[in-house]
Design a protein around this ligand. Structure first.
Ligand code: MSP
Length: 514
C-alpha cells in the first residue's frame, strides 16, 4: 500500500496559533488519522517558519536575539497543538542545523547549474507578507492585499523561475488533480498565462540578517520563502547522507500532500514546483488549497487583524472533540467557512448530543436495565435490521472514498445519515416498550444499534479520538480497527456493555456567554 505523507504550512513564528491555523492543522491531523485507520503507513509534518524580517524586527523590539525570540514563540504552537490532540510525527523548525545545510546545498547546486544569477533589483517590498511586488502589482500604493510596502533597490540573486514556466504548465495539464480544488488549478493556470519573472532569492545582510547565509556570497542571506518551502523535503531526508531510503519512501513513493491556505497558493504552485524542477526532484502528490475560517464580520480570522480566537480557549468552552468535529463537519474543504458559537452549538447539539449521544445513552441504558449490562443475543435479521446492517456495512467504503477525495465533511455527513437511520429504527421498534412483552426481539434491536454505534465509533475516531475511545470502551472495544468494520455482529453475546454519563452534553452557549 502506498504510504501517505501530509504537511501543513509552517506557521510564522511571530504569530500565535489561532482558530484559522488550528483549522489547517486539525484538518491535516484528521486526514492523516483517517489514512492510518485505512491501514497506510503515514507521516504528518507541521512546524514553524522562523527566519525573515518580521521575526528579526520583533526580536529587536523585545531586546532578544532572533533565536531567543523564536525559541520562546515556538512553544505557543507546540502547546496549542498538543492541547487540541494534534499528533504530528515531526515538528519542523527552519532554524534547525540540518535545514541550514540542506538549503545551502540546494542553493549551491542551482548556482553551479546556472539557475541562480546576480542582478540589480528595484521594487516594492511588503514586510508583513515577506513578498516583493512590482509597480504594477500595487493597488493604491499598497500590496494587492492592502499591506504597507517599501521601495527597495539593491543587488540580489535570482532564481531562473521563468525557465520552468512551460514545463510547469505542461505538468499541471498532464496531472489534473495536482492542484486542487479545480478552481484553484484554473487560477494558477491563469496566472501562468503571463510571462513568469525570475524569483529574487536573497536579502543583503545589511538590511536583514536573520536567515540562512547564501553559500556563494556571505553578504547575503536566503529569501525566507526559498528556505521555508524546502522544509517539506528536509524533514524527510533531502540532501542528508544516510537518509536516502527515508527520502525515497516519503518524497518519491508517497509524495507529499501539501495542505495549504488559498493565500499561499502561488508560492507553492509556482515557486516551489519550479524549485523542484530545477533540483531534479519529483513534484508533490497534490497541493490542496483550503479556504479561510471567517470571523463574525465574514473576514479572514487572523492574528494581525486582532480578532484571534485561541484554539485552547475555544476547546475549553465547547469541548475539544466537539471543536474538531465542527471544523471538519462544517467546513467544506476548499471553501471559506464562518465560525460562530451559534453554529457550533447547532451542529454539536443536533448531530452529537441528539443523534449519536442519545442513541448511545438509550441503547446502553436499556441493555443495563433489561439485560444486566450484557450484550443481548443477535437473532435473525428482519427487514428493518437487515436494511440498517447493509447501510452500516456499506459505510466504510463510502467514508474512505470521500476522505480520499478530500471531502471529509461529506464523509461525516454519511456517518450521520446512518446514525439517523439507526435512531429511527430505535424509535420504530421502541425497545423500551417491547421489553415487557418480547425480551428476545427487544435484545435483537439493541444488539443491532450497538453494532451501528461500534461502526460509527471506529469511523469517527480520526475526528474525535477521545470521545470515540470512550464510546468504544463502553462497548468493550479497545482499538479502532479498519478490518473490524466488515464484521457484523462483532460484539460477543454476553459481553459487558457499560452505560455512563452523556458522552456529548448539550451545549448551551447562552449560559456560557452570559
Ligand atoms: N509561513 C508561511 C507558510 C510557509 S509554508 C512553506 C505562512 N504562514 S502563516 O502563519 O501566515 O499562515 C499559514 C497558513 O495558515 C496559511 O496557509 C493560511 O492560509 C492559514 N491560515 C491563516 N489564517 C487562517 C484562517 N483564518 N483560516 C484558515 N486558514 C488560515 O503563510
Amino acid at each position: 500500500m502506498k504510504p501517505f505523507y501530509i504537511t501543513t504550512p509552517i506557521y510564522y513564528v511571530n504569530d500565535k496559533p489561532h482558530l484559522g491555523t488550528a483549522y489547517a492543522t486539525t484538518t491535516a491531523d484528521v486526514l492523516r488519522r483517517f489514512h492510518r485507520l485505512f491501514g497506510e503507513d503515514t507521516y504528518f509534518l507541521t512546524g514553524t517558519d522562523e527566519h525573515g524580517q518580521k521575526a528579526q524586527q520583533t526580536a529587536e523590539k523585545r531586546g532578544l536575539t532572533p533565536q531567543q525570540h523564536c525559541d520562546e514563540m515556538v512553544l505557543n504552537f507546540q502547546k496549542a497543538w498538543g492541547a487540541i490532540d494534534i499528533e504530528y510525527d515531526f515538528f519542523f523548525r527552519t532554524t534547525a542545523a540540518n535545514h541550514k545545510q540542506v538549503v545551502q546545498r540546494c542553493l549551491q547546486k542551482l548556482f553551479e547549474k546556472g539557475d541562480i544569477y546576480a542582478d540589480s533589483y528595484e521594487g516594492w517590498y511588503s514586510v508583513s507578507e515577506e513578498i516583493f511586488y512590482t509597480e504594477k502589482d500595487l493597488v493604491g500604493g499598497k500590496s494587492p492585499t492592502g499591506k504597507e510596502v517599501i521601495k527597495i533597490q539593491e543587488k540580489n540573486y535570482f532564481f531562473k523561475m521563468s525557465k520552468y514556466q512551460q514545463q510547469l504548465i505542461d505538468y499541471i495539464n498532464a496531472h489534473p488533480a495536482f492542484i486542487a480544488p479545480d478552481f484553484r488549478k484554473n487560477e494558477v493556470l491563469g496566472f501562468l498565462r503571463q510571462p513568469l519573472g525570475d524569483l529574487c532569492i536573497s536579502r543583503p545582510k545589511t538590511r536583514m540578517s536573520w536567515g540562512i547565509e547564501i553559500p556563494f556570497d556571505n553578504a547575503y542571506v536566503t529569501y525566507v520563502w526559498f528556505d521555508a518551502l524546502l522544509n517539506y523535503a528536509t524533514a524527510v531526508g533531502l540532501e542528508q547522507p544516510g537518509r536516502e531510503a527515508e527520502f525515497k519512501k516519503w518524497w518519491v513513493e508517497a509524495g507529499p500532500l501539501h495542505l495549504i491556505g488559498k493565500d499561499i497558493l502561488t508560492t507553492h504552485a509556482v515557486y516551489w514546483t519550479t524549485m523542484l524542477f530545477a533540483l531534479g526532484l519529483p513534484l508533490p502528490r497534490q497541493i490542496f488549497a483550503t479556504g479561510w475560517i471567517l470571523n463574525k464580520d465574514n473576514a479572514k480570522m487572523s492574528k494581525s487583524e486582532g480578532d484571534v480566537v485561541s484554539p485552547i480557549d475555544i476547546a475549553n468552552l465547547i469541548g475539544l472533540d466537539e471543536l474538531r468535529y465542527f471544523l471538519i463537519r462544517d467546513v467544506h474543504l476548499g471553501n471559506d467557512s464562518p465560525f460562530s458559537l451559534e453554529l457550533v452549538e447547532n451542529r454539536v447539539n443536533s448531530e452529537l448530543a441528539n443523534n449519536l449521544g442519545n442513541m448511545l445513552s438509550r441503547t446502553t441504558n436499556l441493555v443495563e436495565k433489561f439485560f444486566a449490562g450484557q450484550r443481548p443475543a443477535y437473532l435473525a435479521d428482519d427487514e428493518a435490521s437487515s436494511a440498517l446492517k447493509q447501510m452500516a456495512l456499506a459505510l466504510p467504503a463510502i467514508v474512505k472514498k470521500e476522505v480520499e477525495n478530500m471531502r471529509p465533511s461529506f464523509a461525516l455527513e454519511q456517518i450521520v445519515l446512518v446514525l439517523t437511520a439507526a435512531n429511527k429504527y430505535l424509535e420504530e421498534k421502541a425497545p423500551w416498550k417491547t421489553a415487557k412483552t418480547d425480551l428476545p426481539s427487544t435484545g435483537h434491536v439493541l444488539a443491532v444499534t450497538l453494532e451501528v454505534l461500534r461502526i460509527a465509533g471506529i469511523l469517527l475516531s480520526p475526528v474525535m479520538p477521545r470521545k470515540t475511545k470512550e464510546l468504544l470502551s463502553r462497548l468493550g472495544v479497545n482499538e479502532a480497527k479498519w478490518t473490524d468494520l466488515q464484521k457484523w455482529p462483532a460484539l460477543a453475546e454476553g459481553s459487558a456493555i457499560q452505560k455512563g454519563e452523556p458522552l456529548f452534553p448539550r451545549l448551551d452557549l447562552n449560559q456560557v456567554k452570559g
